[in-house]
Design a protein around this ligand. Sequence first.
Ligand SMILES: Nc1ncnc2c1ncn2[C@@H]1O[C@H](COP(=O)(O)OP(=O)(O)OP(=O)(O)O)[C@@H](O)[C@H]1O
Ligand SMILES: [Mg+2]
Length: 343
Amino acid sequence: MNVALLLVFMPLDVALDIGTSHSRLATAQRGILFNEPTLVAIDTNSGSVVEVGHGALDMVARTPRHVVVFRPLAQGATVDFDVTARLIAGLFDRAGISKLSRARVVMSVPSLATPIERRALRQAAIQAGAREVSLIEAPIAAAIGLGLPVQDPIGSAVALLGAGASEAAVISLGGIVTGSARRIGGNDFDLAIATLLRIRLGVVVAPSVVENLKFSLGSAKGLTRGHSEVVLARTVDRGELVEVDVDADLVNNAAHEVVSSTVRMIQECLGDTPPDLSQDVSARGLTMVGGQAQLSDFADLIATNTGVDVSVADEPDTVVIRGLQLCLEEMSSLHTLFRDAER
Ligand SMILES: Nc1ncnc2c1ncn2[C@@H]1O[C@H](COP(=O)(O)OP(=O)(O)OP(=O)(O)O)[C@@H](O)[C@H]1O
Ligand SMILES: [Mg+2]
């Protein structure tokens, strides 16, 4: 058998983090091969996938009627099973992973996912061509990605703040000792900004512009007060294109619900932690991961409200996939963690 053919048939281990806003794929040997928006463009005439990821994002609001761009996840969970399976198949395809290689897949799952949501995720990967799927709780994958001593009897605290879900956990001896989670995240923040723009200024702006306002003007402690930014918008009543000056107060008012609910969630988790582990957390601090961990002053606000040192991981949005990639490398020694998530 020639080498190329051998590669196609070689069993392959693949890590997948299918998130509400971004999906990531990595292999142990080649690292992160895909990190793009969780979007799939489908030709409704033929039923075939036209694009996934960035390519599908470029098509939003620009497609002919027979091409529809789907967002198959919401609040951290699959809302469209078939499209999720097509997304995963698209990721395999883009990473050059043949269906024939019948990959063994390690996937993260939010700790708040129901048994049905876990099954849907697993089945979607199998439909996409995976031979075997192991699920791992996202906070554990994050802690592994951060290089924390998850297997030791030491409390490691992480907060995972994504687009559709947020969770906090204290991990020790390979499992979550205390955890709390909410189906709220960066998407809810964007939605709240869009709502205030409509109510207060009577305009609608593109989703990417809303997100950029959040990046440039958002502060969990409202420290951007006085700043503003001019953006292109369309008036709700007449549909005219206008320039509007958006001030930071509007963005920070929109942040209020997501920020306060995240702080309460982390307080809850730390408040439930047994004393010995609490001491570890006090000594070692809590690390924030996930895209929303980058919101300005968020770490500071959480530190003030919990009395614990809080830091933001480097490249916080890829910590989970890097943790899963490490799992592939140490699949055998970590197999008990997978069993825990198989509920
Ligand atoms: N600098 C920033 N300030 C505020 N929010 C940010 C920043 N950078 C990214 N985000 C937000 O982080 C979110 C994306 O995070 P991430 O990629 O971790 O989510 P996800 O994995 O797709 O979602 P989930 O895990 O909740 O299903 C988006 O809502 C994005 O707007
Ligand atoms: Mg995520």
